[in-house]
Design a protein. Structure first.
Length: 133
């Protein structure tokens, strides 16, 4: 995994993030193995158990992030997760857009975050190529 920012979240924010991540992965209607594995490892890394019985709305979950730092951290991680299945689809896009809107983020800020994640994914891929024998 390449989660960089989850340790910046407090336990309530981590729980909210795990639920948002779950909603996002389910947004495209098909949970591929990579996504499920990525979500499981995120939850393990954060020490967040399964999310049974928590049916808060996206808006309520978005409001758990108390400051700009945690909001940006959560959005970067959501984008990162969205890019694990390489096709960032409309369901995922609209969920992230809704979260950002509920957090009060500007659309140009969201564009900058997505561009950072795309650059990061590209750099990680390049590193993997360099590691090949």
């Amino acid at each position: 995994g390449q989660t960089v920012f989850l340790n910046m979240l407090d336990i309530n924010e981590k729980r909210a993030f795990a639920l948002l991540a779950e909603k996002m992965i389910e947004a495209d209607g098909i949970v591929v193995g990579r996504e499920a594995a990525a979500l499981a490892s995120l939850k393990a890394e954060m020490g967040v158990p399964g999310s049974g019985g928590d049916d808060r709305s996206v808006g309520d979950l978005a409001k758990e992030f108390k400051d700009k730092r945690s909001r940006v951290a959560a959005l970067l991680e959501l984008f990162g997760l969205a890019y694990t299945d390489t096709n960032f689809d409309l369901g995922e896009q609209s969920l992230i857009a809704t979260v950002a809107l509920e957090m009060g983020m500007e659309s140009d800020e969201l564009v900058a975050l997505e561009e950072w994640v795309q650059d990061h994914v590209t750099l990680v891929r390049r590193a993997m190529v360099m590691m090949r024998d």
